[in-house]
Write a protein that binds this ligand. Structure first.
Ligand code: ARG
Length: 466
């Protein structure tokens, strides 16, 4: 238990020029420990790398370094086991750890903060945290993509209506529809990878904003902390939160994609559509209506988008107009990122589960695929190909056939040949071959098209990259 830290306040850490302690409101508005304690592991890792470098460069003694490292490891296990008392008087995670270190090892603790500032320290801790979160997001997206690839393979031939304006457009395969999401989440994953590349520079050693006069080795700390290289400009380093904004931006885009999928699941699982049935694991019942199975998980995924977008706008607004370099405004970055990260993780995990568990009603999909004159384009294309009509004329002829079928209350394929020939004499009974939904999808073999053969090529492409 940290016993003496709570009697210390952050004033005592810089107290030289302060006569009295902070007002209670000052303490409340200033403290970030309530949320930045999440950074404890990164803070301690950063401090160990920093102390090791200071000793290597002869800036502190090897004995002091050893004491510091041992003390920091003790603090790490205290926090991990829940035996650490965080103090709001000590403001933030950096000073909570440092004050406890002083209690544990005495004056040597005071040497840790040589050649650094909380400005580069927080930039480091937060970057490390965001980097780990991005790596986790990358793995989760890979799982989600894998779930879709499995469903796409299973349903490469399953026919469903394709929609534009949510009106039946042309038959497509469910496998093709799944692969559309693979493309979206694949782009999300490459945004994650780019974000990792962008932030992979170590801030530590930028100190308050101007660098330091001590002979530090920033390449050494960068390497020890798993960064590609150190940042190149100390002023930019302590004032930059692009890495957090990039995380929020990619999270917002990804969650927008998730919300579209969520919306489709909500629509498809209604009795009116009946395309899919949610598993019990990802739905809830109603307390009053026994027949109901509600898509709560999908609805909540849809709603998380609002929260994540809010976080992105919040941080963009916090950073807008801030003069270089560090300003305390920037302390408000963390809650936005923590909240968005939690929401995104939950949303991806819930979606991965739902996609794997969904029962696909292939009969309902097929029946719907054939309704709404979905093969009208196929009739027009047949007239172009087989009867030599210009497409515009074929479109007109087909429109008349659709109007006739509509007035008779039947599908295009159910119109007698005589009726079709009355509209255009060139039509033969061969036309019926293209009016089925299976023939329609099989014909669309253009690169990226919906034909099962093409969908299998898309699946193979992604399997090799997932
Ligand atoms: N808690 C602060 C933050 O999150 C750490 C940096 C404080 N730096 C300072 N100069 N007051 O931004």
């Amino acid at each position: 238990m940290a016993d003496s830290t709570d009697t210390k306040s952050s004033n005592q850490m810089w107290g030289g020029r302060f006569a009295s302690g902070p007002d209670a409101i000052m303490e409340e508005i200033n403290a970030s420990i309530g949320f930045d304690k999440k950074l404890f592991a990164q803070d301690i890792r950063g401090s160990i790398a920093h102390a090791t470098m200071l000793a290597h460069q002869g800036i502190i003694s090897a004995e002091d370094k050893d004491k510091i490292v041992r003390g920091l490891n003790t603090i790490l296990s205290e926090i991990e086991s829940g035996n650490f008392e965080f103090s709001r008087k000590l403001e933030d995670i950096h000073m909570n750890v440092e004050a406890r270190l002083a209690t544990l090892i005495g004056p040597a603790a005071g040497r840790l903060h040589t050649a650094r500032s909380r400005n580069d320290q927080v930039a480091l801790d937060f970057r490390l945290w965001v980097k780990e979160e991005l790596q986790k997001t990358e793995r989760m997206l890979t799982d989600l993509i894998a779930a879709f690839l499995d469903r796409a393979e299973e349903h490469a031939e399953t026919v469903m209506p394709g929609f534009t304006h949510l009106q039946t457009a042309q038959p497509v395969t469910f496998g093709h529809h799944c692969m559309a999401y693979v493309e979206m989440f694949g782009r999300d994953r490459s945004r994650v990878r780019h974000a990792i590349e962008h932030l992979d520079e170590s801030p530590i050693g930028s100190a308050a904003l101007a660098g330091t006069g001590y002979p530090i080795d920033r390449h050494m700390t960068a390497k020890a902390l798993g960064f590609r290289e150190p940042t190149r400009n100390s002023i930019d380093t302590v004032s930059d939160r692009d890495f957090a904004i990039e995380f929020l931006a990619l999270a917002a885009i990804c969650s927008m994609h998730l919300s579209r999928l969520a919306e489709e699941i909500v629509i498809w699982s209604t009795p009116q559509f009946g395309f899919v049935r949610l598993s019990d694991a990802f739905s809830t019942g109603s307390s009053i209506m026994p027949q109901k199975k509600n898509p709560d998980a999908a609805e909540l995924v849809r709603a998380k988008t609002g929260r994540i977008n809010g976080s992105l706008i919040a941080l963009l607004t916090i950073m807008k107009g801030l003069p270089l370099a560090y300003s305390k405004d920037m302390q408000e970055d963390k809650e936005q990122v923590f909240d968005a990260a939690e929401s995104l993780e939950l949303a991806i995990a819930a979606m991965t589960g739902m996609v794997r568990d969904l029962t696909i009603n292939t009969a309902r999909m097929k029946a719907a695929a054939g309704s709404g004159y979905s093969t009208a384009t196929d009739l027009a294309d047949w007239l172009v190909r087989e009867a030599g009509l210009p497409f515009r004329d074929a479109h007109h002829v087909t429109g008349r056939a659709v109007a006739l079928a509509e007035s008779k209350g039947c599908d295009l394929a159910e119109l007698p040949l005589a009726d079709l020939q009355a509209i255009n004499a060139a039509i033969t009974d061969k036309v019926y071959d293209v009016l089925t939904v299976e023939a329609s999808v099989a014909s669309r073999k253009s690169f990226g098209g919906t034909a099962p053969s093409e969908v299998r090529k898309q699946i193979a492409y992604w399997r090799a990259r997932n």
